[in-house]
Design a protein around this ligand. Structure first.
Ligand SMILES: Nc1ncnc2c1ncn2[C@@H]1O[C@H](COP(=O)(O)OP(=O)(O)OP(=O)(O)O)[C@@H](O)[C@H]1O
Ligand SMILES: [Mg+2]
Length: 369
């Protein structure tokens, strides 16, 4: 008996097709063999800025005019219903839709059997403006990256050229100065390349954390010693009340990435903030507690209108000597640990950057929609 045959695997979870179409990230338009629009999903309505009544039940050539970049009518030109019976559709094409909207259109011709007439034309629609904007953004990023890489390289090639050609004419002090500049620019270059690699991993949601037990207090104490040895100013490490009473909880985290987070924040505090730096470490939230880190400085602080922007990549305010990648990396790494980072006012007068890291790090689920 037919009813006793096992159901095909998809039937048990079958969802009405219309409902499924609403879940598609792309616009979908279905046109019948009579060239009348049968179905439009919500995304297509959004992209076309039309209502369902504008489209469904109407001849497609009228309701959805499409032209190529030269102004040629796409329906006339492609003739989906009349062309060769072997045609199956169209690859993505940039077309101009109603209201002069740029659309990326794909088409699939559906026949009930080979060499039969086209019964359905399925159109996939994408908003081309978003893609064009993303391409422009990528071009800007590439230009900025090229510029940032070239600046330190200029001094490396310039000074090595001078030293090689006129070695005997420079005093020892001059040579030392040049070599020191080359060394610091080469260090800057290699750091920049490291940051760019991290950023491309963050942007592609490909950051993998190497997790292990992390003692942030120990990590910070080592950092403070290094900072003081390099004589870059005064830095104090404090424990908050809860941490003094019950200790700083150990985290299950990526030690290298958290070290980078603290390094970037402390470097910013000494470079952009100036003055004395205080790092406060405390327990955070209900037990099992996470960790809270404040990095305070006594500089001019960050203006309220810039407090979100500082975390954007390549945003560096009016400072033309830095790149503007540090805080983007900080936010990416902290969020990968399920934490948050914010900036506000410090009681000491300058900026206060606050990092919160949860005790139980959730599995890393990238969410960059
Ligand atoms: N502690 C601070 N006090 C005042 N302004 C700050 C502070 N930290 C960051 N900023 C501002 O935010 C900008 C972005 O900081 P970010 O660390 O992302 O980049 P950067 O320091 O300019 O360059 P990079 O870190 O890539 O070398 C800085 O250029 C600065 O204008
Ligand atoms: Mg920085």
């Amino acid at each position: 008996m037919a009813s006793q045959r096992p159901l095909p695997p998809h039937a048990a979870t079958a969802m009405p097709v219309g409902q499924m179409a609403e879940l598609l990230p792309d616009g979908l338009v279905v046109v019948g063999g009579d060239q009348v629009i049968r179905f439009v999903n919500g995304e297509a309505l959004r992209i076309l800025a039309r209502t369902r009544e504008d489209l469904v039940g109407r001849p497609v050539r009228e309701a959805l005019p499409l032209a190529d970049k030269t102004g040629r009518d796409w329906w006339e030109h492609t003739e989906p219903w009349d062309g060769l019976a072997t045609r199956t559709g169209h690859r993505e094409k940039l077309l101009v839709g109603p209201g002069r909207r740029d659309l990326l259109v794909t088409a699939r011709y559906v026949r009930s059997a080979r060499n039969r007439g086209v019964e359905r034309v399925l159109l996939g629609l994408r908003d081309a403006a978003a893609r064009q904007r993303a391409e422009r953004d990528n071009a800007t990023v590439l230009a900025t990256v090229a510029h940032e890489l070239r600046a330190p390289l200029t001094s490396v090639t310039g000074f090595t050229n001078s030293l090689l050609r006129r070695w005997d004419r420079f005093t020892d002090d001059q040579k030392r100065l040049m070599i020191e500049t080359i060394q610091s620019d080469a260090t800057r270059l290699s750091r920049l390349i490291g940051e760019l690699l991290d950023i491309s991993r963050l942007d592609a949601d490909r950051l993998t954390l190497r997790l292990g037990p992390v003692d942030l207090e120990d990590l910070l104490r080592r950092h403070v010693v290094r900072h003081e040895l390099s004589r870059r100013g005064q830095i104090t490490l404090r424990l908050g009340d809860r941490a003094r009473a019950a200790g700083v909880p150990e985290l299950w985290a990526d030690a290298d990435r958290l070290e980078q987070v603290l390094f970037n924040l402390i470097e910013n505090a000494s470079l952009h903030g100036g003055g004395d730096i205080t790092v406060t470490l405390d327990r955070d939230g209900p037990e099992p507690a996470g960790v809270l880190v404040h990095v305070d400085d006594t500089g001019d602080g960050v203006r309220p209108e810039d407090r979100e922007r500082v975390f954007d990549r390549f945003w560096h305010g009016t400072d033309t000597t830095t790149t503007g990648l540090g805080l983007y990396v900080v936010r990416g790494f902290v969020e990968a640990h399920g934490g948050t980072v914010t900036v506000g006012d410090s009681d000491a007068g300058g900026a206060r950057f606050t990092v919160r890291l949860p005790a139980n790090m959730p599995a890393y689920v990238p969410d960059r929609t």
